[in-house]
Every structure is written in structure tokens, then in C-alpha cells.
Ligand binder design. Structure first.
Ligand code: M6R
Length: 613
């Protein structure tokens, strides 16, 4: 949560930071602020609301010229979203200003100590405590700010990515990270710091990913990185491969719509170079060194949050069907605190779009400490999870900016499907002929998703009919149960309509009581091994006057006669249906949210990457 951007160099900092903050708004958008340094001193400007509100606020000021600056877009943790709680925060003397992404868990104790020493606080944030704590160390020990930061980092508990400006060092930025991401862009006599590479990409493709417990000091056009033990490290410069157009809307009204429509390409990109169906080749580079462990694992544990957890549920069906290894799918937030039984014979798969989700990271550390092998399935290259795992495969979906995850979900399932097929083949639980058949079908999925996208107009009509509903139910069985969960999550998070996903057969055990003529029920009723059963469930809803919206296989005639609306998707293997069936559900939630006037890309209370627990 929260996005941070900083700049020091020859250019004007303000436009670079404002543009960068807009790119990072998906990380939090309840307030924004900036600090600049010029002949007027170190000035902080901040405003409740989105970055555009901050821009309007800045219009009322002159002398905003500065070659150095820090900026922040916030997702509130401590203290409500308002101007005062917005970042940057000054130190007491107003000599320093700091932006912070993360949570300082022991801020309360630190704050009490500081208050006893006479410090006063304007905001309710842990971040203001953090910078005042640093200042206290600086003042009392007569040391450099850099040294004070280093000592403070030994005392704070929690997660942080911080950048600090100092009125006395107008060419210096001090940054540090633990648990929250920080990327440093290295330009020609200029440096850019940000929570991810999107604010940096148009200026330079050379970046350094700061590691946990590292402090970066940019002074006089030089970057120096030290550990918090004061040991200098050699910054490793990575080349970014991201294209600028990938982070722009490209003519679409919303990022979410663009990302839904990108799926044929993102799924193909995910399979490119890995799947060659004609020659029966399936290569996942990240698995190569760990195939033996994977094949001989006693158990596969999948851990993730939100949509990534839904992808994990699909993978449970895939691994058990094709590779016959028992699978458990765990919410990372529960797993990390449950004292789970884990051994070296477990193969743990952590799934995350952002690669920064705090609970998933903690679950990884726990499983690692018990000796399990950890494999990451992530989208954001260079993020924390790929660096915390033993091995992994990137999903290559490209940047996903809409807060509601769409193309990342189908790319995650694509990677997990390839892993399950590979594993099944290697273990001999999948015959050569079936393996070849499945590889061939998998290769057709991008074109089937392309066809599913053409259902848009029909889906939009359905959206118009149900946009004012107060509740929705989503039901599916087998592989389509996680799709039902995902459909419900998409709807609730962007349209604020209450929606629940259930295994269709569970309906009788409670949710059926909700059904009346006001209740739309979305069935995923494709022609598969549980089709007949789902048809019976549809009858049960119909008998209670529920409104039925059914996602069916092209050419289905049975459900057509029962449902109020049918959405026909191309036929595919049962195991691959989630990749296609989820598409009209994404479109349905998108159109309903737009019709209800909701902010589709930045729904209320949410942030794209949840870097706090
Ligand atoms: O970046 P991650 O995949 O680890 O994020 C997990 C969830 O926070 C995420 O999927 C969330 O549920 C999305 N808003 C769903 O659309």
C-alpha cells in the first residue's frame, strides 16, 4: 500500500513526481503529497484525495521549482485519510521530510518516549513518529542524518520503504527498505526512486532493486548502498524490459477494460517459449533445478491471497487430477499464524501478481524456515516474492494497473496448468497421448479467450438489466467453483454489490434461503463432468423464482430453456474452462461498475498491492 516517488537530478522534480504518483495511484489514493527544496526552504504540500487534488492545490503556490523532491500517494493505515495524515511528514525542526510506505509496529512505544521528551505530533501516523524518532537520534548523538537513519532502523519494528530529504543537504536523498519495495532508477546525472518501476521507465531502463535492510544514499550524483550494519554493497544494475505503452490506457476508458481485452495476448505471452504442443515440449525454466523435488513431493501447498488464492484453488484441481499429488490451498494470512505442519518433503507454491503481498511473503518465510521448497508464481519482475523463493516462474502478463485483477489471474492459471501437465507427464500419471492432446488444446486457449471477449455486447445487456441488484450469487462446481468465487469477488470489489460465490451443491445448505425473484444467480454451467448436477441446481433456483444468468458451452440447448440469460463460451477441456469462463464474468462486473458510476480502476478502500498485513 502507498506509492512513493522521489527524484534528484538536473530536471524539475515536480512534474516527474506528479506523473510518477499518478502511475502509482493504484497502490493507494486517499491522499497525496510532495516535498520540494528551493530558496524558500523545504516545503511540504499535501492534500486529501487523489493526486489530481494535490495538483489543484499546488496551483495556488508559486516557487515550486526544485531539482529534488519526494512524493507520496497514500492508502491509510494509521489515521483517517485527511490533509494532516498525508505524507510527506516533517521532523520537528522541519529540517527533514520523509515519505514512508509500510507500517511501524512499535510506533506507539516510540511515540510515548518522544512525547515524554517533549515532542509534539500533528498527525495520527506511525510515519510522523518514525521521522521524529530519527531526528531525536540525530540531535542527541550529533551524528550525520545517514547514521541516525541507520541507528533508527535497528530500533523500529515493522515494514518500511522510506525516502528522506534534508534541508542542509540539498543534493541528497536517503532511502531504506525492509518489507516494502523500492526501486532506484539510474539516469544520466539523475536518480529516480519509486515503489515500482512504472514512474521510472520513461526516463531510464537501468534500475537497482534495493534489498531489505539496505540504505541507499544518493549524494552529489552518486549512489551508495550500505547494509544497516554499515557494510557497503555493490549495486547491481538491472535492465528493465517493460514498455511505456504497457502502463498506459492505450485508448481504453479504463485499465481494467484494457487488461480484460489483453488476455489473449497475455496468455499467449505466458506460454511463449514454454509450450510447443506440436513437438510435445513444455519447458518451465524455473522448474528445471527443482523438478526432482516437485515430482517427489509428499504434498503441494499453495498459498496466496484474493484472486491469486482463487488461481490456487484451480491449481488444486489441476495438480490432483493430472499429477495425483495431494494439494492444500491456504490463505496466506491464516497459514502464517496457524503453526501449520510443514516438512522438507512439501513443495510450496506462492502465487502473487504484485510479488509484494505481506501475508504471502510471511507465509513463504515460515515454510522456508521449516525446510520446504518454495516456488513463486508472480507477475512483477524483481519484486520481493521472486527474490524470497527458491525458484519460480513469471506469468509475463505485463503490468496490471487496475486494482481488480484480471489478466494476472488467467496468466497465473496458465503457468499452473503448464506446471501440472509437466508434473503429471514426468510422474507418469498422464499418458503420452493424453499429454499431447492436452498440450494441443492448451495452445488454442488464447484464440478461445479472444472469441469469449466478443460476448461483450451481450454481457453489457445483462449488466444493464441487473446493475441495480443488491445481491448476487455465483455458483459452479469442480473447476468452475473457483471461477464462481472469482466472479463474485470481481463484482463486489468494483461495483460494491454484495456477491457470494459457492460450490453449486452447497446452495441447498443455506444460501438457497436467499433466493427470490430479486436475486440474480450466475451459474457456470459448462458441459463437463458435473454438468447434469449443475443443471439440477439451476432447476432448484428456477423453482424459487431466482433470475438465472448462465455461462454455458457454445451450442448448449438444455440450459438455454431454463435460464433468463445465457452466455455461450467456446468449448474446451474441462480443466481449461476457468481460463475462458472467467472472461464474461470480468466483463459483467466491469459493465455493472461503470453503469453504477463506480471508480473501476481504483475502487474505494482498496489498493493494488497489500504490503501490510
Ligand atoms: O498481488 P497479489 O496477487 O498477491 O494480490 C493478492 C490480492 O490482494 C489481490 O488478488 C486482490 O484480491 C485483488 N484486488 C483482486 O482483484
Amino acid at each position: 500500500m502507498c506509492g512513493i516517488v522521489a527524484y534528484v537530478g538536473q530536471q524539475e522534480a515536480l512534474p516527474i513526481i506528479i506523473k510518477g504518483l499518478k502511475r502509482l495511484e493504484y497502490r493507494g489514493y486517499d491522499s497525496a503529497g510532495i516535498a520540494l527544496l528551493n530558496s524558500d526552504g523545504l516545503s511540504v504540500y499535501k492534500k486529501k484525495g487523489k493526486v489530481s487534488e494535490l495538483e489543484n492545490h499546488l496551483n495556488g503556490f508559486s516557487n515550486l521549482e526544485s531539482k529534488i523532491g519526494i512524493g507520496h500517494t497514500r492508502w491509510a493505515t494509521h489515521g483517517e485519510p485527511n490533509d494532516v495524515n498525508a505524507h510527506p511528514h516533517y521532523s520537528s525542526s522541519e529540517k527533514f521530510a520523509m515519505i514512508h510506505n509500510g507500517i511501524i509496529e512499535n510506533y506507539d512505544v516510540l511515540k510515548k518516549d518522544l512525547m515524554n521528551k517533549g515532542y509534539q505530533f500533528q498527525s495520527e501516523t506511525d510515519s510522523e513518529v518514525f521521522i521524529k524518532f530519527i531526528e531525536d537520534i540525530y540531535v542527541n548523538n550529533h551524528i550525520s542524518l545517514e547514521e541516525a537513519v541507520r541507528l533508527a532502523l535497528h530500533k523500529v519494528v515493522g515494514a518500511y520503504a522510506i525516502v528522506i530529504m534534508n534541508i542542509e543537504e540539498p543534493d541528497t536523498l536517503i532511502a531504506a527498505r525492509k518489507g516494502s519495495p523500492l526501486v532506484i532508477g539510474v539516469g544520466e546525472k539523475e536518480y529516480f526512486l519509486a515503489s515500482d518501476a512504472t514512474p521510472i521507465i520513461e526516463y531510464t531502463n537501468q534500475v537497482v532493486y534495493l534489498d531489505d535492510y539496505e540504505i541507499a544514499v544518493i549524494r552529489d550524483n552518486k549512489l551508495q548502498i550500505k547494509t544497516i550494519e554499515n557494510v557497503e554493497t555493490n549495486p547491481y544494475i538491472n535492465q528493465l524490459e517493460m514498455e511505456l505503452e504497457a502502463i498506459e490506457k492505450g485508448g481504453y476508458e479504463h485499465f481494467m477494460l484494457k487488461e480484460i481485452n489483453e488476455q489473449p495476448r497475455s496468455i499467449a505471452d505466458c506460454m511463449r517459449g514454454r509450450l510447443d504442443a506440436k513437438n510435445g515440449r513444455l519447458v518451465l525454466g524455473g522448474l528445471r533445478d527443482y523438478m526432482n523435488k516437485f515430482q517427489n513431493a509428499d504434498r503441494i501447498i499453495i498459498t496466496a491471497c484474493g484472486t491469486s488464492w482463487h488461481a490456487g484453488l484451480v491449481a488444486e484441481y489441476l495438480f490432483e487430477e493430472f499429477a495425483r499429488i495431494p494439494v492444500e490451498v491456504e490463505y496466506a494470512s491464516e497459514f502464517r499464524y496457524r503453526n501449520p505442519v510443514i516438512s522438507e518433503k512439501d513443495f510450496v507454491i506462492a502465487i502473487s501478481q504484485s510479488g509484494e503481498t505481506a501475508d504471502t511473503l510471511a507465509a513463504i518465510e515460515l515454510a522456508k524456515s521449516k525446510g520446504a521448497t518454495i516456488f513463486g508464481v508472480c507477475n512483477v519482475v524483481g519484486s520481493s516474492i521472486p527474490r524470497a523463493t527458491h525458484a519460480g516462474s513469471y506469468t509475463h502478463a505485463g503490468p496490471e494497473i487496475g486494482v481488480a485483477s484480471t489478466k494476472a489471474f488467467t496468466a497465473q492459471i496458465s503457468v499452473l496448468t503448464m506446471m501440472a501437465l509437466k508434473l503429471g507427464y514426468q510422474r507418469g500419471t498422464l499418458s503420452e497421448s493424453r499429454y499431447m492432446q492436452l498440450l494441443g488444446e492448451l495452445e488454442t486457449i488464447p484464440s478461445k479467450v479472444e472469441r469469449a471477449l466478443k460476448l461483450n455486447d451481450k454481457v453489457k445487456e445483462i449488466a444493464a438489466a441487473y446493475k441495480d441488484s443488491r445481491n448476487f450469487l455465483y455458483l459452479g462446481r469442480g473447476y468452475n467453483f473457483p471461477v464462481a468465487l472469482e466472479g463474485a469477488l470481481k463484482l463486489k470489489e468494483i461495483s460494491y454489490i454484495h456477491a457470494e460465490g459457492y460450490p453449486a451443491a452447497e446452495m441447498k445448505h443455506g444460501p438457497i434461503a436467499l433466493i427470490d425473484e430479486e436475486m440474480p444467480v450466475v451459474f457456470i454451467a459448462t458441459k463437463d463432468s458435473s454438468y447434469e448436477k449443475v443443471v439440477s441446481n439451476i432447476q432448484e433456483v428456477k423453482a424459487r423464482k431466482g433470475k438465472i444468468i448462465a455461462v454455458v458451452t457454445e451450442g448448449d440447448t438444455t440450459v438455454k430453456h431454463m435460464a433468463d440469460h445465457v452466455i455461450e463460451i467456446p468449448e474446451t477441456e474441462e480443466a481449461f474452462v476457468p481460463l475462458v469462463a472467467v472472461v464474461p464474468l470480468q466483463q459483467l462486473s466491469y459493465h455493472i461498475a461503470v453503469m453504477r458510476g463506480c471508480n473501476v480502476d481504483q475502487p474505494r478502500n482498496l489498493a493494488k498491492s497489500v504490503t501490510v498485513e
